[in-house]
Design a binder for this molecule. Sequence first.
Ligand SMILES: CC(C)(COP(=O)(O)OP(=O)(O)OC[C@H]1O[C@@H](n2cnc3c(N)ncnc32)[C@H](O)[C@@H]1OP(=O)(O)O)[C@@H](O)C(=O)NCCC(=O)NCCS
Length: 192
Amino acid sequence: MYGRGRYITKMEAPAFSKEIKPFRSVSFEMRSETEFICGGVELIDSIREMWHQLNLHASKRSPFFSDQFSERTFQLRKEEMVSKAKTCRLRIEIARDATASRDLGYCASSIDYFGNGEIESLFVDDEARRRGVGDALMRRTMEWMRQQGARSTVVFTVYGDESIFSFYARYGFRPKMVMLESSLDPAHTEQP
Ligand SMILES: CC(C)(COP(=O)(O)OP(=O)(O)OC[C@H]1O[C@@H](n2cnc3c(N)ncnc32)[C@H](O)[C@@H]1OP(=O)(O)O)[C@@H](O)C(=O)NCCC(=O)NCCS
């Protein structure tokens, strides 16, 4: 166990686990089984399709960097995650509809050497939204961070998609900084 505020020195990935939870589907008023598959960077390829959808979502909302999102490849993101997993604890959790054998969403998160947590990526499939999947993923991720002794956690959201703030506020997130970026390439600078 790692105390609050202490350095995390072990870099092991969370053990691969599978847990099935009964879930109420509000839209169809029926019960379906949602399972949570949790592991480390070895699960990265399983989120490829959902990551593409998340990237598309970001590209549609970003007023100035839409091109950067649409040009971003999963391969690059994968390499970043694999590299990060060498120095951080990296956790990927996938929510699956066990009955229909389809992925509903995922949350990727990390904790660095100093105990700083980060929600790397969170996505729930369009058709599975507003049924508590995102909430379940966030609660489980936050619980993992607490158990690991993380000091605090951050999430980077796309500028232009501020409606998401109220979702993250449920888990204690408040706006702190705004990052301004220049691509240094005039061809890639979208004018306001
Ligand atoms: C944000 C997202 C993960 C939420 O997933 P979800 O499964 O629909 O969320 P839940 O059904 O668990 O909702 C939990 C609560 O948050 C609220 N909520 C859900 N999405 C919200 C949003 N976009 N903005 C504000 N509140 C939201 C719900 O109303 C619900 O509140 P309630 O219990 O009082 O009704 C999902 O909409 C998504 O993937 N969006 C696109 C990608 C994205 O924005 N990811 C985050 C990038 S940083």
